[in-house]
Design a protein around this ligand. Sequence first.
Ligand code: BV8
Length: 248
Amino acid sequence: MSIDPQRAIELVRQAPRVAILSGAGMSAESGVPTFRDALTGLWSNFDPKDLATESAFRQNPRRVFSWYLHRLAHVRRVEPHAGYRALVALERQKGATPIVTQNVDGLHRQAGSRNVIELHGSLTSFCCVDRRHPFPLDDVLKLVGVNSEELAPPRCRKCGSWIRPGVVWFGETLPADAITRAWKAVEDADVLLVIGTSAVVYPAADLPLYAKSKGTTVIEINPEPTSFTPFADVFWKATAGAALPEIV
Ligand code: BV8
């Protein structure tokens, strides 16, 4: 593993096909707290793993729904930083540059990336907890700003069950098509950029090692080393907002 940014830049420049795997660190410089830091205020004494589950939602729908409503309202106020715009420029230079993201904030799409694979769903999609009947985002947005510490979620108009966020919770399987597209994207790539993930949540955390097993060169961009760092071809100790514009 080398820690040479210049080598990382050259590897990306020479690669015909580049794929991206992003985690919550990708959004930190846009003001979206990382997943492990996402618990402020009302939720600060919870572990995200204890909130991001269906059982937590069924036990306390108000608490979990309010946490997601708070996060949705926040991401609607932030902008993608220069690192996001660099990935859009990279896509223009290289053609298809699939972005596999663990994030649910929608910032890659908002920046203009066209080939985004959302492994864990999105904060902007809602459905009912019993039958997954879709529920309009606009009807959820009407609840944003309602002065209430813990808001009761709306009820499904078809089956009456609680409305939940359309994200993948712990213990839930990832969308099959997202898995298929993500694993193919990293297999087909010459270089995989792994940006801003602590590489602890599976099966997403399998992707960088899977890429290496298929001969893909893997570059990790993170201000801190992770459990994956020893396996990276290059570890670029930097933030996404600083490193990515240097590449393009
Ligand atoms: C599943 C959506 C089948 C909700 C999230 C092995 C195989 C399969 C499953 C498991 C397994 N082992 C354990 C499991 C169960 C579990 C799991 O992985 N648990 C962990 C805790 C061990 N996995 C699941 O349940 C998955 N389901 O596999 O189904 C199944 C079912 C049951 C049993 C077995 C199999 C579903 C996982 C999806 C959970 N949903 N999010 C929501 O967002 O509310 S996960 C959530 O955490 C985020 O989406 C994110 O993807 C994930 C990891 O967080 P990161 O993105 O890495 O962010 P984090 O804060 O951790 O780190 C930030 C990083 O950024 C740091 O490294 C930091 O240094 C860096 N950074 C900071 N600033 C910057 C920066 N980097 C760059 N620039 C900066 N400026």
